[in-house]
Design a binder for this molecule. Structure first.
Ligand code: ASP
Ligand code: MG
Length: 402
């Protein structure tokens, strides 16, 4: 098999850890696999470099920031190659440029345009382990670029896609994807498998294990992802396409998004163009609207509600006052969004009603509801967020495998 392994910051956090990673890579290699390793900077290193720059100015030139920040991953990639060599294995470290990762020219937030994997392939052909510095690439003008914070995941997925690798393993300090946050519900269970779409819902809803952009890219490139821990030998969670998951559970997980705020406009004029006006303005101000609820109007007026990230509430307020679309504005940052996620609900009824029942039994009022094919989201008072998660986890029997 051809396996891409990506090790995050804590996995390569110090020299002993890099030594441990080297042993794991060698084990994979000795099982007869070709291995490409992608590494992050040592944990804390990227932040430290940013602080260094901030000593001089709050607004450092982005081109130079890319040069600076890309150095963190170069350190770990070369050290890992040195460690592998010291253990008698042939290994070559490559920068993003050397690995053929071409990006657009948006410094500090570049997108990968294409990958020329020939150099990686030629090293693999010689039986070498290839270690690539994550998070970085090269623009068409030959400038060093970086992919945005957490971007090493993206490097690994893109390389796995370009090489048509059998597997892309993302190593962190957690065992995989859980049915919910184990800090909220200790009975949370690690999932063996989950579909890309479920993962995207769980991640965007707050269960942060993997960068969302990486999951989207994996889905697009059809890369089988595994997230697992580099601190033990537990099997992780496979993130793959829906068709590969034989027994689809009705519900895979419960997510809690605390970073939400609610905006409600009462008595809005019920006529064409009002929603367009409001949401165009919000989009122009780069405010990310999530749930939107509007009902059929009565007597020429209607109510409109939507949610935004909590830190964008002030921006949303400003827009609402400027537009003057409603006399009765309400802003509530003290809400959370609880979501029940599962591909199985596409073909089964009763999943949503069970969620409402469960919250009703706990006497939790639901302020807003929205659904998609694979999720039911409910906005509730933030006081009850964790209680709701535990009750729903129990209601769908997520503590035991079906
Ligand atoms: N070192 C970079 C960061 O901290 C990239 C990464 O770790 O994925 O954002
Ligand atoms: Mg990361």
């Amino acid at each position: 098999m051809l396996i891409v392994q990506k090790y995050g910051g804590t996995s390569v956090g110090n020299l002993e850890r890099i030594d441990e990673v080297a042993k794991r890579v060698i084990k994979t290699k000795e099982q007869g696999n070709d291995v490409v390793v992608v590494v992050s900077a040592m944990s804390g290193e990227t932040n430290k470099l940013i602080e260094y720059a901030k000593y001089f100015t709050d607004n450092p030139p982005k081109r130079e920031m890319d040069l600076l920040l890309s150095s963190g991953e170069r350190v770990t990639s070369s050290l890992l190659a040195i460690a592998l060599t010291s253990k008698g294995h042939k290994a070559t470290a490559l920068t993003g440029r050397q690995a053929g990762i071409y990006t657009d020219n948006i410094h500090t937030g570049a997108r990968i345009d294409k990958i020329d994997a020939n150099k990686i392939k030629s090293h693999l052909k010689k039986g070498e382990i290839v270690v690539v510095a994550g998070f970085q690439g090269i623009t068409n003008d030959g400038e060093v670029s970086t992919l945005g914070r957490g971007g090493s995941d993206l490097s690994a997925v893109a390389i796995a896609g370009a090489l048509r690798a059998d597997l892309c393993e993302i190593y962190t300090d957690v065992d995989g994807v859980y049915t919910t946050d184990p800090r909220i519900e200790p009975k949370a269970r690690k999932l063996d498998m989950i579909s890309y779409d479920e993962m995207l819902e769980l991640a965007s809803l707050g269960a942060k294990v993997l960068q969302n952009r990486s999951v989207e890219l994996a889905k697009k490139l059809d890369v089988n992802l595994v997230t697992r821990s580099s601190f033990n030998d537990n099997e992780g969670t496979l993130i793959t396409k829906e068709e590969n998951i034989m027994e689809q559970p009705l519900v895979s997980g419960i997510a809690l998004d605390k970073n939400q705020a609610r905006v409600t406009l009462r008595g809005v004029k019920d006529e064409p163009g009002i929603a367009a006006k409001i949401f165009n303005r919000l989009a122009k101000e780069n405010i990310n609207v999530d749930m939107i609820i509007q009902n059929v109007g009565l007597d020429g007026v209607t109510n409109l509600g939507f949610t935004v990230p909590e830190n964008e509430l002030d921006g949303a307020k400003k827009v609402m006052y400027e537009l003057n679309a409603s006399e009765l504005l309400e802003f509530d940052p003290k809400i959370v969004k609880v979501s029940v996620v599962g591909v199985g609900m596409q073909s089964h009824s009763g999943v949503a009603s069970k969620a409402f029942d469960t919250l009703a039994k706990e006497n939790i009022n639901i302020q807003m509801i929205s659904t998609s094919e694979i999720k039911v989201s409910m906005v509730i008072d933030e006081k009850y967020g964790e209680l709701a998660v535990r009750a729903l986890h129990e209601a769908y029997h997520l503590d035991r495998a079906e």
